[in-house]
Structure formats: C-alpha cells, structure tokens
Design a protein around this ligand. Structure first.
Ligand code: 3AM
Length: 218
C-alpha cells in the first residue's frame, strides 16, 4: 500500500515573533519541564489539519489550498496573550492568541474547508479559533503552579507578524517528536492561483505533538 502523508496547512510566523515566543518558552520550560513545549522553529498557526492522505488526494488538496489562499488578503497577525485550555482545572493545551488584520481568517478558513471538502477532506466539527500551540500537558502535578507560570504572559504582546502566504506542511511523528516539512507555499491574495511555489526551507521540530486537543474549541 502506498504510504500516507500526514499534512496540515498553516500560517508561519515571522522570525521576530518566533524569537519573542522562544524567549517566553525558555522561561516557561524552566518553570514547568513536564510540559511538551513546542520547539521555537515549529511555532505556527494551524489553519487546517488535513489528516493522513494518499498522494493523489494531497495533489488535489494543493489546488484547493491555492484557490483558498488566493481569495484571502495578505494579513497581519497580532500575536498576544497566553492561555490554557480548558480555561479552568487541569490545563491541557497552552496557546498564544492571534488576531488577524484585516479580520479575514475566519472566512478564509471556512472557504478552505469548503474547497477541501470537495476533494474528500472533511470539515472540522468545531469553529476555527486562531491560536499558536505553545505546549501540551501530559502530566502536571501542580496545575496551579503551571497557571501561575503562565500568568505573567496573559496579556503579553509578542509582536505583529505579516502573513503573505500559507504553507502546506507534512508532519512525521517520530519518537523524538514531530518533524514538519514545508511542501509548498501559496501566496495570499494572488491572481493566477494554482501554482504554488515549492518550499525551500524545511521546518523541523523536536517537540512531541500527537493529537489535536478536543477541548480547544477550534
Ligand atoms: O499546532 P496546532 O496544535 O495548532 O494540533 C495539531 C497541530 O496544530 C493538528 O495539526 C497541527 C500539526 O500537527 N492536528 C494533529 N492531529 C490532528 C487531528 N487528528 C490535528 N488537528 C485535527 N485533528
């Protein structure tokens, strides 16, 4: 049987914003080593997890992503605030908020899902909530201590990241953590959609990310 490719579409963050987040992550990692913190080079805003796909469906997904990206204007993401899901009790997913300007991502993600549905990739059951996953909690003995470590970052501004394209990533889940590889980039607001640029810089990761939180509301 031909291998399946695990893939997702994401907006990448600027190096400057990633550097700010990396500094916060370093502090949080010291405070709470029990969390699987995201490797800084792996920080992204996931727009749609495509699942594990045969190559021919992924090929069709390319065209769908290109068209959806072309209909979305270039954006600025204001990356601000750290929170946890669920909001009370034991935190499971730690995230950074993203606000898009102009506010177009919600509609663009719906459009992306509609186009992907046509090629056999089902829509999400949940509404899209723009966030960057900072870490996942496996077992934390002192959730109160973790929340206290997050508190100083609750309103922190990590910067504004321009988003000129979307990236299609493959994801390989290795025992050492996921390895993300940029397969193609799709310009936002482009005319002449359908011709993604090949990705040049692969993204790699060390943090372990195995599944979508089911309580994140996205
Ligand atoms: O970085 P975030 O958390 O936004 O959560 C996974 C990650 O997004 C998500 O895809 C991105 C790359 O792994 N993901 C993984 N498995 C998923 C699943 N079964 C999933 N999203 C939805 N369903």
């Amino acid at each position: 049987m031909p291998p399946l490719i695990r893939a997702f579409v994401a907006a990448e963050l600027s190096a400057a914003v990633r550097a700010e987040l990396a500094a916060a992550l370093a502090e949080l990692r010291r405070a709470e080593p029990g969390v699987k913190w995201t490797a800084p080079e792996n920080l992204h805003l996931t727009l749609k997890f495509l699942g594990e796909l045969p190559a021919e469906i992924l090929e069709r997904a390319h065209a769908a992503v290109a068209l959806a990206a072309a209909s979305c204007p270039p954006l600025e993401l204001t990356v601000r605030g750290v929170g946890a899901f669920p909001p009370r009790g034991a935190p499971r997913v730690l995230w950074v908020g993203c606000a898009d300007r102009p506010p177009a991502l919600g509609a663009a993600v719906l459009d992306l899902e509609t186009r992907l549905d046509l090629v056999g990739i089902p829509r999400e059951a949940r509404d899209f909530a723009a966030h960057v996953t900072l870490g996942r909690v496996k077992t934390v003995r002192r959730p109160d201590r973790l929340r206290a470590a997050l508190a100083p970052f609750a309103g922190a501004l990590f910067g504004v990241s321009p988003v000129a394209d979307w990236t299609l990533f493959s994801s390989r889940l290795l025992p050492t953590g996921p390895v993300y590889t940029a397969l193609a980039r799709f310009p936002l607001g482009a005319t002449g959609a359908g011709s993604p640029s090949p990705a040049t810089a692969p993204a790699t990761a060390t943090a372990i990310t195995t599944s979508r939180p089911d309580d994140i509301g996205v």
